[in-house]
Design a protein around this ligand. Structure first.
Ligand code: NCD
Length: 319
């Protein structure tokens, strides 16, 4: 296996690393389908969460993944911690580190925080989202979900729609999807495209109705209003009209294409109320795969290094 100490961005893994996580995920899919979905692979290891921004899916799936691998977890809640008393990021990380931790999963509104942490701890760092920069584990679970549903990513047309400018999911996904041989098209109001777009390996398509017809994957993004400092679209109603997956638009999807969304969804804005229930939608599948792929991520960083063939169930290992 390739050795990676941290997963802070897709480039920390590269194509080979992504493919290894996909392969490992197949093993953990088998574990997760067992009656007792738990193995002792990371017994004795401790994983801490450092979430300075809200999260439902990412945090819960990391927690479930760690527990299924029998790791100990250190739950840190910013809103009830000494951060509220003014403790700095450095002091918080050094405190957690002094208690003994093998991996820190961090989410922060500032770009680059995952790169600061190794100055203060020897633990492996996993980026669960740094501002609008990267969110590599979301991208890994998206790659896994596409491969599971379409057989391969290579040669597929992936259309990403919405607030690209503020989306760390889009940045990580564009890197990973193109590394794996997909062609990526972006559809967004010009005000929601970053100025650096000319250097990205993507096409920009103006008309969602045109892009939908040629998409194998339609990937919708949430309007990240919390990161927008000014009104970047005239109104949400206007946005939905041109960039939302409405019931009318969904009829132009190919039968074989899939609809994805990283969550949380704003039903009625980027996606119509019942679109998540379309046969093409794999949004719940993304959530299921979130646990499996994060098991693979934790095992990749903290495990023995060997492909875990024949993982013993928890009780058999208790000798
Ligand atoms: C995304 C995030 O936090 O970047 N959500 C997630 O991790 N599932 C996307 C979003 O917040 O819109």
């Amino acid at each position: 296996m390739t050795s990676t100490k941290h997963i802070r961005c897709i480039d920390d893994l590269g194509k080979d690393g992504i493919l290894e996580i996909m392969e490992l995920s197949n093993h953990f899919l088998e574990v997760s389908n067992r009656r007792i979905p738990k193995v002792p692979a990371l017994r004795g290891k401790t994983v801490a969460w450092l979430f300075y921004e809200d999260s439902t899916r990412t945090r819960l799936s990391f927690e479930t993944a760690a527990k299924r691998l029998s790791a100990d977890t250190m739950n840190f809640n910013v809103s009830s911690s000494s951060v509220k008393k003014g403790e700095s990021l450095r002091d918080t990380v050094e405190t957690i580190s002094a208690m003994g931790v093998d991996a820190v999963v961090v989410r922060h509104k500032s770009v680059g925080v995952p790169w600061l942490l190794p100055k203060w701890t020897d633990a492996s760092i996993i980026n669960a989202g740094d501002g609008s920069h990267e969110h590599p584990t979301q991208s890994l679970l998206d790659c896994y979900t596409i491969t599971q549903n379409l057989g391969d990513i290579s040669g597929k047309r992936i259309v990403i729609v919405g607030d690209i400018k503020h989306s760390r999911v889009a940045r990580s996904n564009i890197k990973a999807f193109t590394m794996l041989g997909a062609s990526v098209a972006l559809v967004a109001p010009p005000t929601l495209l970053p100025s650096s777009i000319t250097n990205w390996p993507v096409d920009v398509v103006d008309d969602l109705d045109v892009a939908i017809k040629e998409s194998d994957v339609l990937y919708l993004l949430r309007m990240q209003l919390e990161r927008q400092k000014e009104a970047l679209v005239p109104s949400l109603r206007e946005y939905t009209k041109f960039y939302g997956l409405t019931a009318r638009r969904s009829r132009n999807l190919q039968d074989s294409s899939i609809v994805m969304h990283p969550g949380p969804m704003n039903r009625g804005v980027e996606i119509s109320g019942d679109a998540p229930d379309l046969p093409n939608a794999v949004i719940t599948n993304q959530v299921e795969n979130g646990v499996i792929v994060r098991m693979a991520v934790l095992y990749h960083l903290l495990g023995s290094g060997a492909i875990p063939t024949g993982l013993a169930p928890e009780d058999e290992a208790d000798d």
